[in-house]
Design a binder for this molecule. Sequence first.
Ligand SMILES: Cc1cc2nc3c(=O)[nH]c(=O)nc-3n(C[C@H](O)[C@H](O)[C@H](O)COP(=O)(O)OP(=O)(O)OC[C@H]3O[C@@H](n4cnc5c(N)ncnc54)[C@H](O)[C@@H]3O)c2cc1C
Length: 553
Amino acid sequence: MSLCFSVSENAFNLRYGFRDSEPMGQSLKIRVKTRTRKGFCPSKVVCVDYPRPNIDNTSNFLEAAYLSSSFRTSPRPSKPLKVVIAGAGLAGLSTAKYLADAGHKPLLLEARDVLGGKIAAWKDGDGDWYETGLHIFFGAYPSIQNLFGELGINDRLQWKEHSMIFAMPNKPGEFSRFDFPEVLPAPLNGILAILRNNEMLTWPEKVKFAIGLLPAIIGGQAYVEAQDGLTVQEWMRKQGVPDRVTTEVFIAMSKALNFINPDELSMQCILIALNRFLQEKHGSKMAFLDGNPPERLCLPIVEHIQSLGGEVRLNSRVQKIELNDDGTVKNFLLTNGNVIDGDAYVFATPVDILKLQLPENWKEMAYFKRLEKLVGVPVINIHIWFDRKLKNTYDHLLFSRSPLLSVYADMSLTCKEYYNPNQSMLELVFAPAEEWISCSDSEIIDATMKELAKLFPDEISADQSKAKIVKYHVVKTPRSVYKTIPNCEPCRPLQRSPVEGFYLAGDYTKQKYLASMEGAVLSGKLCAQAIVQDYVLLAARGKGRLAEASMCP
Ligand SMILES: Cc1cc2nc3c(=O)[nH]c(=O)nc-3n(C[C@H](O)[C@H](O)[C@H](O)COP(=O)(O)OP(=O)(O)OC[C@H]3O[C@@H](n4cnc5c(N)ncnc54)[C@H](O)[C@@H]3O)c2cc1C
């Protein structure tokens, strides 16, 4: 089935009360005062979007823009390649988009009836959307930010205040903020944000952490990469950083970055994130997509691909990679019996699925064998609709710092399409989820409500004697992004495989960002770049196939 649905921008804006020329957020201001606790700044639900930050002149943005333009300006191929891509997550979509920009003909095959992979979402019977994951777009996502610009959809990102907001477990219902001052450049804005926060870390702890970080600041990328052998907890202890710093800050960060705890996460992961956040003034600035990801982000990519002659098919699951005698790919066999061949082949599925589909005689190749170490981590995404508007929250992402939950947001405030002035819809990431992934939805919701009672002590109780649940959706992903435990980095594969004409894309493949949306889009770009670079070879292979076919009786 090819794709033929579309939502007109005007219809979208009219439905949600926005006019085309209206700066986002101006018609969306509601102020709700909460009661003041002693020594606690009351949270005000102020629902305002901020202007798109000035990120277009950072070196990372310009580097990503240059790579994008190289596809558009590359010489047009005399015979465009037919490139068959399995998986329409962000990596597969990005591969297809940039190949189409370079004048080739991608054919993107998606197993499911929905675009987006880990950013997929579904509409329930009431017309409400529920998603695979709560997704945040950072200022330090240069490939993503370029992609939005190239598609002309920059206005679909709702930028929030430049802050990181953490719940305080020992003071239920209270929050502690790291506010990045607008006037200072990086890294001073980040340093000041940390120095000004005295609720989570004491001064001696901040000093010890800063001293611990010195080698990373001096040693740069080489030092960061060398820390892949240590967990966050091991690194902190080695650097003499008190355990309380890990408990106060890095449990929340580890869970947000990779859905696991600091005793498992590779320190390299934290250092990469800190590096991006501290190097760029707007690096840690966050934005929410203004609606459901399949329509608001994936669909414009598909339309772009189609406008350049590429094709995207849903319900097209690759069942088998069939090989020629020389071990190269002959075709992809789909579960519906169709056989699809091309000049080049890309697998843009999660790594766990690739491993299941590897042909027997590829499995012993070091490039593929190393993939054994990369294993998807379980995570659960939860949506709860309440019968009322919750007040103890912000128009922002919140770090719950609860044992069972990671980050959450009241999407009825943060996201234009999900906006509701009367009822809150909390979207929550439940992690680590190893022990919960096989539990029933109601068990997961019961456990979540107990955690929410601590975050909203005046408004939510586990027995629903306060706010009542109107409905919920629980989306389990047993194998999500690869678990970034120590020593995974050398196992991440380059996009060009040792098998001629076969390539990989996906957030787990080698690229300088973490397993994230940015990583997925960048991996697709690098994959497309490798294919464009291999054009002469691939075109010759295509001619060879044609000659062989014409010689067959
Ligand atoms: C709960 C959650 C929260 C997250 N939050 C964030 C966040 O805030 N910020 C961020 O940057 N990242 C976040 N991520 C990570 C981000 O979603 C992923 O890194 C990214 O979307 C991965 O894209 P991908 O294309 O590499 O893989 P996927 O999205 O997994 O895409 C793979 C595609 O391949 C398809 N496929 C599988 N098998 C076959 C087959 N045999 N044939 C054809 N197609 C097949 C799948 O259906 C899927 O569509 C989050 C992830 C989750 C789960």
